[in-house]
Design a protein around this ligand. Structure first.
Ligand SMILES: Cc1ncc(COP(=O)(O)O)c(C=O)c1O
Length: 441
């Protein structure tokens, strides 16, 4: 095939790209110049199916006019106003709208600028809350191996991905429970695996090791995404909730990926029926259009901090862009689109088709596991000896060239298309991926 010539390719020198092999990329770049609905357009004019909702964020698909227009209107009305000791109505309106879809009692909303900021905010709120209720020795935060909680110092401290941690100093006292990935017992499962609820008991082990009175909070992704789609075993989250409650430890769900319909319910807490004390969001909050995050706090935690003289600032924390008016406008319009099109629950209705289509890849060369939940799939490949990640990277490049965007972590392929995906998109995705897997050596 003769590739059409690329237009307007800029110099690539100055942009230091995040989480990218910069030199490799710049030698053979992959560029998108437009997006609409389920597709990107590459700079050589090809249509590429968005198999990853951007980076798990474009839940309503691309180019949504309602969001574009709301942003335009807001920019020309009130482009920016601070939220420190001042306010603007749209931030309060957006928080009310979010509270209306939040699980009962977890409806106080602290705005941030990203998922990483949401995580650091939640950890700080947890520690501040413990102190406010007279538990000031509880400063330790617990994460989980293979967890991803963004890139702030708090987030990497509770995170469990070695490459993100090894060269940086970390929060003192942070520790980790074991991850739940067990291929020997749980390979090729649709939905939650049977085995591994007892892994939650690892929190009990850390309580015995450190003392409950030193632990402020435990944070987990209800479904771990960036680390390669790890689905919680049946009963695991319930057990973690019980242990945390028993020891006065706050439970934080990191819902930066699972929030806003990814599992077929508004939030993972709704889907699994387990209530955290705090949960973090970002990404789908504004359909990826304007950077923003939000931490949802339970009344217990929020009210626990609303103490002291009324003239005193209750929490010494916040960002210039907390409640940015343009992000709020994008967020409200996003919630409207989600509501109009039933997107917060739509994944539940195509789940069965998704499961069948993706699990149809079982038996394909090098595929050692497939896991699906909501509109998420993880496809794990056997690694080439001495070259972890190389095989999945080849599949990623091949898919991109044939018209499908996938995401890879090590040798795990993750799929998380926009929640507007039709069965025809799912078929096309599986077909391109299947061919790429067959070609990969
Ligand atoms: C679970 C989770 N937490 C936090 C983050 C960080 O979000 P951001 O990249 O917006 O800082 C991510 C990003 O993928 C995530 O998946």
């Amino acid at each position: 095939m003769n590739a059409p010539s690329r237009t307007n390719r800029p110099s690539l020198e100055s942009f230091w790209m995040p989480f990218t092999a910069n030199r490799q990329f710049k030698a053979a770049p992959r560029m998108f110049v437009a997006a609409e609905g389920m597709h990107y357009t590459s700079d050589d004019g090809r249509q590429v199916i968005d198999g990853t909702a951007g980076l798990w964020c474009v839940n309503a698909g691309h180019g949504r006019r309602q969001i574009v227009e709301a942003v335009e209107r807001q920019l020309s009305t009130l482009d920016f106003a601070p939220t420190f000791q001042l306010g603007h109505p749209i931030a309060f309106d957006f928080a009310e709208r979010l509270a209306a879809i939040a699980p009962a009692g977890i409806d106080r909303v602290f705005f941030t600028g990203s998922g990483s900021e949401s995580v650091d905010t939640a950890l700080k709120i947890a520690i501040a809350y413990q102190r406010a209720i007279g538990q000031g020795t509880r400063t330790r935060v617990i994460g989980r191996e293979r967890g991803y909680h963004g890139v702030g110092f708090g987030g990497i401290s509770v995170g469990g991905l070695v490459n993100n941690r090894r060269v940086f100093p970390l929060l003192p006292g942070a520790d980790h429970i074991r991850h739940t990935h067990d291929l020997a017992k749980n390979a090729f499962v649709k939905g939650q695996p049977e085995h591994g609820a007892d892994l939650a008991d690892d929190l009990e082990r850390l309580v015995q090791l450190h003392g409950a009175e030193t632990i402020a909070a435990v944070i987990v992704e209800p479904v771990a995404g960036s680390t390669g789609v790890l689905v919680p075993p049946k009963g695991y989250l319930e057990r973690l909730r019980d242990i945390a409650t028993r020891h006065g430890i706050l439970l934080i769900f990191d819902e930066v990926i699972t929030g806003f319909g990814r599992l077929g319910a508004p939030f993972a807490t709704d889907f699994f029926g387990v209530k955290p004390d705090l949960f973090t969001t970002a990404k789908g909050l504004t359909n990826g259009t304007i950077p923003m995050g939000a931490v949802f706090a339970s009344r217990k935690v929020h009210d626990g901090l609303m103490t002291g003289p009324e003239s005193a600032i209750e929490l010494f924390h916040g960002y210039t862009y907390s409640g940015h008016p343009v992000a709020c406008a994008a967020g409200i319009a996003t919630l409207d689109v989600y509501a109009d099109e039933g997107l917060l629950t739509r994944a539940a209705s195509i789940q069965a088709y998704w499961d069948e289509a993706i699990h149809g890849l079982k038996g394909t060369k090098n595929v050692i596991d497939i896991r699906t939940i909501g509109l998420i799939a993880g496809i794990e490949l056997e690694s080439r000896p001495g070259a972890v990640g190389a095989r999945a990277y080849d599949v990623f490049v091949d898919c991109f060239e044939r018209g499908l965007l996938i995401r890879v972590t090590g040798d795990i392929i993750a799929l998380s298309p926009p929640l507007i995906a039709e069965t025809s998109h799912i078929d096309a995705m599986v077909s391109i991926l299947s061919d790429a897997l067959a070609r990969a050596n």
